[in-house]
Design a protein around this ligand. Structure first.
Ligand SMILES: Cc1cc2nc3c(=O)[nH]c(=O)nc-3n(C[C@H](O)[C@H](O)[C@H](O)COP(=O)(O)OP(=O)(O)OC[C@H]3O[C@@H](n4cnc5c(N)ncnc54)[C@H](O)[C@@H]3O)c2cc1C
Length: 414
């Protein structure tokens, strides 16, 4: 990251420790004012790249304040550097991607690891990620090899993983593969039963991991499926009344993903409040996950419905970034702020509703893909389709923001 900053001379543009708490569009000036702890910042355009998975979600259990050990969220990087208790008894709460990735490492050094599972995940084998010396040489020296490799991975994601979200026959090969891995890696029938998800593959995020099940088979690892009742000073007590010791609790419980713009107030044209607009719509929506009517010169990377569970998310963001650059150029050419038109938004919404209905998510299990019954996060198709949908010129979908009376007056005098 430091290298990128150096290579592209970005330092002079960076404001660190400047979490944005509010942004307001000034209709007269046609500019945004962002409120940060370092004071207000003016901007002609705002691109929010604030992610979907960065605000930790930690469940509230009775007794949390009485627990005498260390407890931290899996995303708390500073805590991982502290060795205290990591060779003792560790409780991992959750069995999603983060838990699957950390368990093999923790189990190697801890006295015991207890994994608390609320619902099992479907786990597909991860293709070998090690590159031999020849592959490494080719990727480093052959022009285009790296790009070709990434393109091949993306093709496989679109062709093999994306169809899973539509359920039915298209999901069966993946389900067979996941069941095969479970049978092969977990000989213990009772443990296998606990690890078999009670919902269709694809309804929740699929794990791609070949080391999670073997780690669960280690003698110092226990999988607990009884729900947690409360924390005690020494550990965790489950609803069956059993208490298990813990020196450290790692909350691998995910993120507040469905709350877009949590803790940020965004006020667009005519005083439109982004959260209120989304409440009125019944949930967050943005034109291809990147723009909302009434919010001129404002864009998002990874907005609603633009997270792909089947492919590379950085690729999705590349597509959005390229489109946003075209929007910025269009606004510059027009010499005025632009916003996505209501008509374009309506057309997009109709497409989204149809595409989403063809997936397993609306009727599927509860997950961070949705809030109540409304699907909020995932992209319901392939990355290829995302690219094609965003290949058009924004001139067809974006209009010049209506000028405020004051701005018209200023213009008419100049
Ligand atoms: C454990 C884990 C594993 C993952 N693995 C994969 C994977 O293998 N493949 C994949 O495609 N995706 C994966 N993802 C998804 C991942 O989130 C995205 O691919 C990608 O990292 C997100 O990049 P981003 O820049 O959009 O958001 P983030 O990386 O989340 O960055 C957002 C940034 O915005 C900052 N921010 C937030 N709010 C504000 C504010 N109000 N003001 C100022 N700054 C703010 C945050 O501090 C953060 O620095 C994974 C996510 C997690 C958590």
């Amino acid at each position: 990251m430091r290298q990128v900053v150096r290579d592209h001379d970005l330092e002079r543009h960076l404001y660190t420790h400047a979490g944005v708490s509010a942004a307001t569009f000034d209709e007269v000036a046609g500019r945004w004012t962002l409120i940060t702890p370092r004071g207000p910042i003016q901007a002609g355009a705002v691109i929010w790249a604030i992610g979907q998975l960065h605000r930790p979600r930690i469940p509230e259990f009775p007794g949390t304040d009485q627990f005498s050990g260390r407890a931290f969220h899996s995303a708390d990087r500073a805590q991982w550097a502290v060795p205290d208790g990591m060779d003792g008894d560790i409780a991992v709460v959750g069995t999603g991607s983060s838990a699957a990735q950390m368990l093999p490492e923790l189990a190697r050094t801890a006295r015991s690891v207890t994994v608390y599972q609320r619902s099992a995940a479907w786990v597909l084998p991860k293709p070998a990620a090690r590159f031999g010396p020849v592959a490494q040489w080719v990727l480093e020296h052959v022009p285009g090899a790296h790009r070709a490799h990434r393109a091949a991975l993306s093709y496989v994601g679109d062709a093999v993983l994306a169809p899973i979200m539509r359920g039915g026959w298209s999901a069966l090969p993946a389900e067979w593969l996941a069941r095969w891995q479970l049978r092969r890696q977990v000989p213990d029938r009772a443990l296998r039963r606990k690890l078999l998800p009670p919902y269709a593959i694809g309804e929740k995020r699929i794990l791609m991991d070949s080391n999670f099940y073997p780690a669960l088979m280690r003698p110092n690892v226990e999988l607990v499926t009884d729900a947690i009742d409360h924390l005690t000073p020494a550990g965790i007590r489950t609803v069956d009344g059993r208490e298990r010791r813990a020196d450290v609790i790692v909350w691998a419980t995910g993120f507040q993903a469905q709350q877009f713009f949590g803790g940020v107030t965004v006020t667009g044209r005519d005083g439109a409040d982004l959260h209120r607009v989304w409440d009125e719509w019944g949930g967050p929506q943005a034109f291809w996950g990147l723009a909302v009517p009434q919010f001129p010169n404002m864009y998002m990377i990874a907005g609603p419905h633009s997270f792909t569970p089947a492919n590379s998310n950085p690729l999705m963001k590349d597509v959005q970034a390229r489109y946003i650059v075209r929007c910025l150029r269009l606004a510059a050419r027009r010499g005025a702020p632009i916003e996505v038109s209501e008509a374009a938004m309506t057309k997009y919404r109709a497409w989204l509703t149809t595409a989403m209905a063809a997936t397993v998510w609306p009727q599927g299990a509860a997950s961070w893909f949705k809030s109540a019954e409304r699907v909020t996060n995932p992209w319901p198709s392939t990355v290829r389709e995302f690219e094609q949908r965003l290949a058009h010129s924004p001139a067809y979908s974006f209009t010049t923001a209506p000028p405020s009376p004051a701005r018209t007056y200023v213009r008419s005098r100049t």
